[in-house]
Structure formats: structure tokens, C-alpha cells
Design a protein around this ligand. Structure first.
Ligand code: PMP
Length: 459
């Protein structure tokens, strides 16, 4: 690899001169320079200085089988030699997307057995949005096209993804959202539950917001509701168990399609293949990406339920939509091998029965008691730590977000990569983490909290 001919400083200078990073304040980054990650193995990433960092985020919620899997590299190499690319337009197909579709139909929740491919979660959500509107048009109800989503939801960075998402700062830069998308309250009990309101009741109340939005528009105007089963980028917000079954009930009552965005939760993160199974619901579409290939190749799969698929087939007519790389043979070969590894190593079961419960217990016993921590929560191998100034009143430090960044920076210095969203610390490690890795992570978090507390006191 030719980068070895460059010093770290040179790489940083070239990066600053030519590379515009995602979700970045470019002025700030150019002043600071970027951290250059050069290689990785198992649960660890290494920067250009050779520093070893435990990756608490699985890259960006994606490297579920961990780094350094020769089998995935070999699958890509073999497929590139045999057939590096051919499209799936014009009544053509290639073997790997065919076989991957079969595999995904086996793993998916009941009633979901068709797949539309893209290269990213954002693309898959664009597809999902267009598909559900196309569905209602085919059903003779083109005016049933409103989508209900949630505040603080994240559904990607394309125009459609940003419009579906509920991030105000992103909307401000949009210059015109896709029309007819509305956002309702999120199921975030820590901040939104009323005093004395049980988790169960709060979940039902948050679901009721979906019903209110349907009634406000009129059910004949509402195409679908979309949500992440667990809100990821918005802060690992885990809904009460009462929420999703109630949302599903409401959607069925008004004949509104249920769309799940499982770009983060898909492929084992919550201890089932899909969070739809964790929450016991049967959606009409499931958006997936990231861990489908464990991030080794860019690939997304929109899983489509029987009802929508049946209408597409029965009514016919072209769906004018698709990407050059829909069903990319190499990406699909890697996905097949990735799912094979996950099955062979029993990673999903391990999260459900061993590491997930251990992770929850470790966070409760070793982190929740810290003065800076308002709440810890987790589901499977996905967790959050709320950083507060006052545990009882839940008062936050000012300026908003600064305390979490302080904790994050100390955590990285302690050798643990995690993420700060607002004042919430987020963890989403590779599913290969063992009890020992969880112990290591908790020790580093506890140390980072202590150091951050000392800094914050000084301020
Ligand atoms: N949906 C969700 C729930 C996500 O978390 C993300 C990415 N973090 C996306 C969609 C967009 O995926 P991508 O970045 O691959 O476009």
C-alpha cells in the first residue's frame, strides 16, 4: 500500500488540502488535522502513530464481525476475478445477489421476502420512500402519500433521507424538503416521560402521537410510518416494549404501511437478526445496510414485504428507479460470506444470551453510579450513557454537548473509541466482543469519566 511512503504529517496535510469529510466543520478540522486510522484487527483499530484503540463503535455501527477477516477479502477477490461487475437492469441478474436475496428472505421476519439493493442506507431509504408511494399509486390511491416519521430520527443524508429524518440542523441546510413528510415525538422516556409515568404508559403515549398525526391528515392521505426500532444516531434511544406493538396496531387500524429503518439494528445488533423480531412486529419494509457486509463493502438491502411485492407483480408497470450498483456482485459475495460467518460463529445468539445481558449488567454496575451519569441503557450490543451535571434533576452541562465531548476525548486517550451525540455517549461495538472486551471497555469508560469530571470541575 503506497501510503507507507508518506509520513503521518504529510498524510494529514494532504487530507486537509483535498479531502472534504462528512458531517464536519471544515474550518475546525483543518486547524486540528484528522486522526488517520491505518489498519485494524479483531476489535482493535490502529492509527498512524501505532496507537491501539478498542473500537466501541464498530466503525460506524457496521463492522459486526470485527476487523481482519481474510474470508471476506478472499470472497471479494474471487468474485472480482470471476465477474467484477454486471448490472441487474434490463432483465439481467448475477448469481450473488440472487443467492443473497434467498438468504435474506430466510432470515427476515415473517412476510418479508423480497430485496431491492443499493450501496448505502440513504439510497435504500430513498428507494423505500419512492416504493411506498408507488405502491399506493398502483393501488389507485395516489393521494395516500404522506409519511410520518419522528423528531431526531436519522434516515440518511440524501435529500430524501434528510427529509425523512427529524434532525433540525440538517433540515435547515436542506433548502426545501421532500414534501408531505411530518415528524412526531420520539419514544425517549429519559427526557420526555412525565413525572410518575411508567415506561409502559409512556410508550403508549408516544405511539398515540402516530395515531394523532394519522387522524390529523386523514387516514386516506397517509402512506406509511417510518422509524428506527432503536434510534441510533439520535442517541441510542430505546423505546419501551409497549411502543412498537402499539404503533403496529395503529398502522393496521388505519391501513398505513409500517417501514422500519434497521440500517443500524439489522444483522444482530439487538440480539436477533432484525430488531423487528426483538420487538415482535411485522413491518412492510425494512431498510438495511452497514452490517450486511460488516462494512467490508458498501451495500444496502431494502427488504420488502409480501403485500407491496404482490401489488408490484400483479399490477405491473415499470418502477422507474435503480442504481448502477444495485445488486453489485462483489458486495453481495462479501455479504453472503459475512452472514455465513455470523451464523457459523453464532454471533447473534451470543449477543442475545451472553454478551448482551453481560454488557447491560456491566454498564449498570460499573458506570451508572458515576456522578456524571444520569442513565445508562442498552439493548443487545448497543448502549448509551447520559452525561449530566446533576443526577437527580438531570441538569446538563453548558454549552450543550461539551461535557460528552470531554468524556469522549478522554475515552479515546484511554484507548476506547466511542461517540458523543449531544450529551449522550454511544456504544455499538463489534458483535465479536467477549465478556473480557466488555470489561476492558468499562474500565476505560470509568477512567474517562473520572478524568472528565476533574476537567469539568476545573471549568
Ligand atoms: N438510517 C439509519 C438508521 C442510519 O443510522 C444511517 C447511517 N448512520 C442511515 C440510514 C444512512 O446510511 P448511509 O450512511 O449508509 O447512507
Amino acid at each position: 500500500m503506497t501510503y507507507q511512503n508518506y509520513s503521518l504529517k504529510q498524510l494529514q496535510q494532504i487530507d486537509a488540502a483535498h479531502h472534504l469529510h462528512p458531517f464536519t466543520d471544515h474550518k475546525e478540522l483543518r486547524e486540528a488535522g484528522s486522526r488517520i486510522i491505518t489498519h485494524a484487527n479483531g476489535p482493535f483499530i490502529y492509527d498512524a502513530d501505532g496507537t491501539e484503540i478498542l473500537d466501541g463503535m464498530a466503525g460506524l455501527w457496521c463492522v459486526n464481525v470485527g476487523y481482519g477477516r481474510d474470508e471476506l477479502a478472499e470472497a471479494a477477490y474471487a468474485q472480482m476475478k470471476e465477474l467484477p461487475y454486471y448490472n441487474s437492469f434490463f432483465k439481467c441478474s448475477t448469481p450473488t445477489p440472487v443467492l443473497l436475496s434467498k438468504k435474506l428472505a430466510e432470515l427476515a421476519p415473517k412476510g418479508v421476502a423480497q430485496v431491492f439493493y443499493g450501496s448505502s442506507g440513504s439510497e435504500a431509504n430513498d428507494t423505500a420512500l419512492r416504493l411506498v408511494r408507488h405502491f399506493w399509486a398502483l393501488e389507485g390511491k395516489p393521494e395516500k402519500n404522506r409519511i410520518i416519521s419522528r423528531k431526531m430520527g436519522y434516515h440518511g443524508s440524501t435529500i430524501a433521507g434528510t427529509s425523512l429524518g427529524g434532525m433540525d440542523l440538517m433540515h435547515k441546510q436542506l433548502g426545501g424538503a421532500v414534501p408531505n413528510i411530518v415528524h412526531v415525538m420520539m419514544p425517549y422516556a429519559y427526557e420526555l416521560a412525565l413525572p410518575g409515568e411508567s415506561d409502559h404508559d409512556f410508550g403508549l403515549r408516544a405511539a398515540k402521537a402516530v395515531e394523532d398525526a394519522i387522524l390529523e391528515a386523514g387516514a386516506d392521505k397517509v402512506a406509511a410510518f417510518i422509524g428506527e426500532p432503536v434510534m441510533g444516531a439520535g442517541g441510542v434511544k430505546i423505546p419501551p416494549m409497549s411502543y412498537w406493538p402499539e404503533v403496529q396496531c395503529i398502522c393496521r387500524k388505519y391501513d398505513v404501511l409500517l417501514m422500519l429503518d434497521e440500517v443500524i439494528t439489522g444483522y444482530g445488533r439487538t440480539g436477533e437478526w432484525f430488531a423487528a423480531q426483538t420487538f415482535g412486529i411485522e413491518p412492510d419494509t425494512i431498510t438495511t445496510a452497514k452490517a450486511l457486509t460488516s462494512g467490508y463493502q458498501p451495500l444496502s438491502a431494502l427488504l420488502v414485504g409480501d403485500r407491496i411485492a404482490a401489488t408490484l407483480v400483479e399490477k405491473g408497470g415499470e418502477f422507474y428507479h435503480g442504481y448502477t450498483y444495485s445488486g453489485h456482485p462483489v458486495a453481495c459475495a462479501v455479504a453472503l460470506k459475512n452472514l455465513e460467518i455470523m451464523e457459523r460463529e453464532g454471533l447473534v445468539d451470543r449477543v442475545k444470551n451472553d454478551t448482551g445481558p453481560y454488557f447491560a449488567q456491566a454498564l449498570q454496575e460499573r458506570i451508572a453510579g458515576h456522578d456524571l451519569v444520569g442513565e445508562v441503557r442498552s439493548i443487545g450490543l448497543m448502549g448509551a450513557i447520559e452525561i449530566v451535571k446533576d443526577k437527580v434533576t438531570k441538569e446538563r452541562f453548558l454549552p450543550a454537548g461539551s461535557a460528552a465531548v470531554t468524556v469522549r476525548d478522554h475515552a479515546i486517550a484511554q484507548g476506547l473509541m466511542l461517540r458523543a451525540t449531544g450529551d449522550t455517549m454511544i456504544l455499538s461495538p463489534p458483535l465479536i466482543w467477549t465478556r473480557e472486551t466488555i470489561d476492558m471497555a468499562c474500565a476505560r469508560i470509568a477512567k474517562a469519566l473520572d478524568l472528565a469530571q476533574a476537567d469539568l470541575r476545573k471549568k
